[in-house]
Design a protein around this ligand. Structure first.
Ligand code: HEC
Length: 132
């Protein structure tokens, strides 16, 4: 009887270990070496995201539209942030209630498009970096 218990315990440990490695195995597949499942940004995809969601306020090439979005090329705010920080900024936006808001116009979270994925944001940041 005691032997049987040990056997069961070993089995449980074995299966437990298998379950654990299955999980991390899946993560490694998606991540391609990175711990997250987001791959390096792609400027062409980012331009599509920009054209769909951001261009209505920020204008062609991020030149800005008076009374809507701010111009992006040459923005000290943008150059002062890392790519990760910029992704985080876009997730939150900068509403008119934010003391840092400079225009009195809302920068909505994710440009008002909640369906944008982490990957979309990483891509759009790479695109924004190409604007100068
Ligand atoms: C509804 C209009 C609108 C949309 C859509 C929009 N923005 Fe904005 N965005 C703004 C406004 C307005 C500001 C400036 C807020 C302020 O007064 O500080 C801004 C500011 C920014 C800034 C900071 C610029 C700076 O120099 O301070 C970034 C970066 C930015 N937007 C990125 C994006 C991205 C990326 C998208 C698309 C995913 C997007 N925005 C969509 C209106 C918009």
């Amino acid at each position: 009887m005691r032997r049987m218990l040990v056997f069961v315990a070993v089995l449980a440990l074995t299966f437990g270990a298998c379950g654990g490695s299955d999980d991390s195995g899946g993560g490694a597949d998606d991540g391609g070496g990175d711990s997250s499942s987001v791959s390096a940004g792609d400027a062409a995809r980012g331009e599509e995201v920009f054209t769909k969601t951001c261009v209505s306020c920020h204008g062609e090439g991020g030149q800005g539209i008076e009374g809507l979005g701010k111009p992006m090329p040459g923005s000290a705010f943008i150059t002062g942030l890392s790519d990760d920080e910029l992704v985080e900024f876009i997730k939150v936006g900068r509403g008119t209630g934010d003391p840092d808001n400079t225009t009195g116009v809302d920068m909505p979270a994710k440009g008002g498009n909640p369906s944008l994925s982490e990957q979309d944001l990483v891509d759009v940041v790479v695109y924004i970096r190409t604007l100068g």
